[in-house]
Design a protein. Structure first.
Length: 264
DNA sequence: ATGGTCGTGGGACGA
């Protein structure tokens, strides 16, 4: 099963490019972040035409997440359990394929947290604590699960083009990296670095020619439970969709690219 | 040194 995550930075503005990628990549399941629309405005039919069931946890203007699946899903949850959140940043479902073992998939859009320090950074750290608590609960079930999304955390120096310049940023501050490591240390596997031979990025800012200079960040991740990690077969980053000079001229690229794993 | 980019919505704000 191919499980993908993509921060599309508005599904409405991005639709031609998103559909092109879906047609080519054919993920079995995909979680989307920053759809920037309410549930009713999500272009569900376009994805249903490609064979997907559509589940949305939307929000006007900001945030918003969705989970699309070509296999039956059960037990859809919106928002992190036991955490009051004004933002739509989490969606989860149990995927129940007919020809493979079940897999629980969570899609998340972790708060950016800038400027740091400050209330927005406090919110980021609180959100990470709630995610850790949820991961702990899921681990106790001994289910196979995968948590993918825009974590807005650069885990280490290989995830940023100029580490020294990012030390004070909410994405790279030591407290953010510690909180990320605490989640991993529960027993989860950061899947993509296990599979990628070289350092890689998943985001390039729109500003300052970041794409042309390859000034990227690694902030989109897939974290796997032990039972899911044992089934991990492949993974990748579709960086090509970030190129503004290729693909559909009807839309500009997102600043993030899809990241995916294959789980037996 | 400064401004440089997007998306939303129709002015700032978030990223």
């Amino acid at each position: 099963m191919k499980i993908a995550s993509w921060n599309v930075n508005s599904v409405g503005a991005r639709l031609p490019r998103v559909l092109d990628w879906f047609s080519e990549a054919r993920p079995d399941v995909c979680v989307l972040q920053e759809i920037k629309c309410v549930d009713e405005k999500f272009p569900a039919e376009a994805f249903e035409d490609l064979g997907y069931d559509v589940h949305v946890h939307g929000q006007k203007t900001y945030n918003g997440v969705a989970l699309l699946s070509r296999h039956p899903v059960e037990d859809v949850r919106r928002g992190l359990p036991e955490y009051e959140d004004e933002h739509s940043r989490y969606i989860e479902a149990l995927i129940v394929p007919e020809d493979a073992a079940p897999l629980r998939v969570g899609g998340l859009y972790l708060p950016n947290g800038n400027p740091a320090p400050g209330p927005k950074y406090d919110y980021k750290l609180a959100w990470m604590e709630a995610l850790e608590a949820h991961a702990k609960r899921l681990l106790a079930t001994e289910e196979a699960f995968a948590l993918g999304g825009d974590y807005n955390v650069i885990p280490n120096e290989s995830g940023v083009y100029d580490p020294s310049r990012w030390l004070g940023d909410a994405l790279f501050r030591i407290e953010s990296r510690q909180a990320y490591r605490r989640i991993l240390n529960l027993g989860l596997t950061d899947a993509l670095p296990q599979l990628m031979g070289e350092p890689y990025y998943t985001f390039w800012d729109y500003q300052r020619g970041a794409w042309d200079k390859n000034n990227g960040l690694r902030i989109d991740h897939w974290l796997l439970s032990p039972q899911a990690a044992d089934r991990l077969e492949a993974g990748g980053v579709d960086a090509g969709v970030r190129d503004p000079n290729t693909g559909s001229p009807e839309a500009k690229p997102s600043d993030h690219v899809p990241v995916w794993v294959e789980i037996a």
